[in-house]
Design a protein around this ligand. Structure first.
Ligand SMILES: Nc1ncnc2c1ncn2[C@@H]1O[C@H](COP(=O)(O)OP(=O)(O)OP(=O)(O)O)[C@@H](O)[C@H]1O
Ligand SMILES: [Mg+2]
Length: 236
């Protein structure tokens, strides 16, 4: 299996008025193509910081990050933007759909930035909405559908560019537990059927169990990295 993500002694410091804060302190991690990895850890442990770096939305302070074999530290911003658009799909807790735009146009939006023609955009968006069970709502507005449906739309939007990696930061955080399970079954299907690598942050162990592997961050270091089923918790 080839590595999609390779982190070598990755660190991240933030500089604030109060001084430097070290948030990630030497994280080494390899994620292979087709893996489904859950990231857990207490609030403030650095999960979102790590996801932002994995998504090329932020750069490391030290160490190295290779995405698909490319050292992202050597790339100019234009190349990072291309990777964000073509290799990575993002799903967030808050769905981030544009309220005045139809679901079809919301899903098609990432393709605008890739200069895909209008008719192909709409065909691909409709196809993605069908795959997440919402083909009949292509002309509806995001404000008229449930939270679970909105998250399905956000997942369709993340998939429409045919990324090799999906990054999801607490994608079930705003959903009730039943709807959360439906969304996790959808993620599991995407991972198994399309072989898309999935990295997902959650506070909920029952959500993490849909993954194969668990990475537990504590104070900016890896406190556990192994099968979800063998996770016994982390001692202080
Ligand atoms: N832009 C920033 N500037 C300064 N400090 C930051 C910045 N972003 C995050 N931090 C700090 O870094 C630490 C880790 O934040 P991060 O958002 O990665 O945590 P998290 O594990 O995602 O937490 P949560 O579970 O609450 O989402 C926190 O102490 C936070 O205050
Ligand atoms: Mg977070």
């Amino acid at each position: 299996m080839s590595a999609v993500i390779q982190l070598d002694a990755l660190s991240k410091d933030y500089f604030t008025d109060a001084g430097a804060v070290s948030v990630l302190k030497g994280v080494s991690l390899t994620i292979s193509r087709g893996e489904f990895v859950a990231i857990m850890g207490p609030s403030g442990s650095g999960k979102s910081t790590l996801m932002n770096i994995l998504g090329c939305l932020d750069i490391p302070s030290g160490g190295a990050y290779r995405l698909d074999g490319t050292d992202i530290g050597t790339l100019p911003e234009s190349e990072l933007a291309r990777l964000r658009g073509q290799v990575i799909g993002f799903v967030f807790q808050g769905f981030n759909l544009l309220p005045r735009m139809s679901l079809g146009n919301n899903v098609a939006l990432p393709l605008v930035y890739q200069h895909v023609g209008k008719s192909e955009r709409l065909t691909r968006a409709a196809d993605m909405l069908s795959r997440v069970g919402l083909g009949h709502l292509v002309d509806s507005l995001p404000t008229r559908i449930s939270g679970g449906q909105q998250q399905r739309v956000a997942i369709a939007r993340a998939l429409v560019t045919r990324p090799s990696l999906i990054l999801a930061d607490e994608p079930t955080g705003n959903l009730d537990s039943h709807t959360g399970r439906e969304i996790m079954e959808l993620f599991q299907r995407i991972n198994r059927e399309q072989g898309i690598t999935l990295v997902l942050v959650t506070h909920d162990m029952s959500v993490a169990r849909y993954a194969q592997r668990l990475v537990y961050l504590k104070d900016g270091v890896l406190a556990y990295d192994g099968p979800v089923a063998e996770f016994q918790g982390v001692t202080a």
